[in-house]
Design a protein around this ligand. Structure first.
Ligand code: BES
Ligand code: MN
Ligand code: ZN
Length: 474
């Protein structure tokens, strides 16, 4: 799909269709269009559409009226309306459309262009079904946005972010028999090739030499070899890099602490942290930002087996700290802790880890906000601000010593679980023990990375939040 800015009038546009906006309690500028709106009893609720054919005074044969609700248009309502507009345009097989200029309360035109391109392109994402030809039907070819300015680079950025999200969603939606740790490593290597990035993949023997026994304790019950992927983009000389770490459990059965069967298929999404940092890397590399970005992905499969970790086992992590594995289903923190020690070698400006870490975060925040925890309030504030701009919510939870005490073990420096209470926070406290030497934040995306039910699928979050954070840091 192509996006462009144009100063053409809606009347003179000669593509397939123009999109006019309609608000509750506001009359349309075009009297004739307003009379058709009235005649059709159209009500301008957010996302409602009305298709009009051969309207007097327009060159195009079709005018689509899109409801935007209240006149003071909120960012979330604008986003919702754009998503529904894509449905209508695809349903009506529109190839090219011109969208009217609009104001969004609290945001400037640059934000509108970037967000419009990102949201519309992301809404055209289709799940690729395994083993069949996935030809995109009714693909929209071009969207022109009415504008008197020349901010077209914002459209390019918005598309780059959507391309990153598409990679994240695709990797998440793939089944775990295809998307293995090896598959993620190959994906990183092809990104490196496409965008000229530095890629390094550590194998089991390399990790063993580094003493990553915590990470390896998770993968040892699986036939799939573990990998530790690093991918670096250099856009700003020798400045310290932003380092993103993504949890890449390509399937989380729970291990010997086996999960119940219902809904277990969704544990193929337990690599969405990894997918989101790969997607963010794709977006940043495509935008050619003046930043240094490194992503690190510890990736394993968590399976029960005769040679799997057992509850009560004690391992020594790369940092030297020992861990009593009381529950093999708390495996995310076991692979992340060694990755968080490993990233010290990059001399990071900040480290942000992204992980589908706890079911408890869904109890706390539902599926709307990612959980955010940090050892640095300025970093947390930066991420919260980026999350608001990107419409990709995150909500901060505290990390305090009282919670950390729940990790006490009689047999090791710490246990890998902290009991029933505040499960999201005790998981972060565990990670905090490995992140003392740099500014660090943790995003628990267990509730936001995918949706369940009839629309089951990956969301591409938190790629918008992460890319916005990086844009803001330039
Ligand atoms: N991958 C899961 C977290 C998860 C659960 C994400 C449900 C999305 C939906 C993680 O590895 C896990 O199993 N966490 C346990 C931790 C517990 C054993 C302390 C959990 O949340 O139950
Ligand atoms: Mn688990
Ligand atoms: Zn998991």
């Amino acid at each position: 799909m192509d996006f462009s800015l144009t100063n053409q009038t809606v009347q003179n546009f000669d593509g397939d269709c123009v999109v006019l906006f309609s608000f509750l309690d506001k009359v349309n500028d075009d009297q004739f269009v307003q009379s058709l709106i009235d005649l059709n009893h159209f009500n301008a609720k957010v996302g409602k559409t009305l298709s009009l054919n051969f309207v007097d005074g327009f060159k195009v044969s079709r005018v689509i009226v899109l409801g935007l609700g209240e006149v003071t248009l909120s960012a979330k309502n604008y986003e919702k309306a754009l998503i529904s507009l894509i449905d209508t345009l695809e349903g009506e097989k529109v190839k090219s459309a011109l969208i009217e200029e609009v104001n969004v309360d609290g945001y400037d035109q640059s934000w509108i262009y970037r967000t419009t391109a990102r949201v519309m392109q992301n809404a055209t994402y289709q799940i690729e079904k395994v083993g069949i030809d996935n030809e995109q039907e009714n693909a929209i070819e071009s969207i022109a946005i009415q504008s008197s300015s020349d901010n077209a680079h914002e459209l390019v950025q918005g598309q780059a972010i959507a391309n990153g999200m598409a990679l994240t969603r695709h990797l998440g939606d793939l089944p775990s028999n295809i998307c293995t740790p090896t598959y993620l490593a190959n994906t990183a290597q092809s990104l490196a090739k496409e965008f000229g990035l530095d890629c390094e993949v550590l194998e089991e023997s390399d990790m063993s030499k580094l003493g990553m026994n915590s990470l390896l304790s998770v993968s040892k019950g699986s036939i799939e070899p573990p990998k530790l992927i690093s991918l670096s983009y250099v856009g700003n000389g020798d400045a310290k890099p932003i380092v993103l770490v993504g949890k890449g459990v390509t399937f989380d059965s729970g291990g010997i602490s086996l999960k119940p069967g219902a809904g277990m298929d969704e544990m193929k999404y337990d690599m969405c942290g990894a997918a989101s940092v790969l997607g963010t890397m794709r977006a940043v590399a495509e935008m050619k930002f003046k930043v240094n970005l490194t992503i690190v992905v510890p990736t394993v499969e968590n399976m029960p087996a005769h040679n799997a970790s057992k509850p009560g086992d004690v391992v020594t992590s790369m940092s030297g700290q020992t861990i009593e594995i009381l529950n093999t289903d708390a495996e995310g923190r076991l692979i992340l802790c060694d990755a968080l020690t490993y990233v010290e070698k990059f001399n990071p400006e900040v480290v942000i880890d992204v992980a589908t870490l706890t079911g408890a975060v869904i109890v706390a925040l539902g599926k709307h906000n990612s959980g955010l925890m940090s050892n640095d309030q300025a970093l947390a504030d930066g991420l919260i601000s980026a999350s608001k701009i990107a419409l990709d919510g995150a909500w901060q939870l505290p990390i305090e010593d009282e919670y950390d005490e729940q990790l006490k073990s009689n047999f090791a420096d710490m246990a890998n679980i902290g009991g029933r209470e505040a499960g999201t926070i005790t998981a972060a406290c565990f990670l905090a023990r490995y992140s003392k030497d740099y500014r660090w934040a943790h995003l628990d995306i267990a509730g936001t990375a995918w949706v369940s039910g009839s629309k089951k699928g990956a969301t591409g979050r938190p790629v918008p939040l992460l890319t916005q954070y990086i844009i803001d840091s330039v």
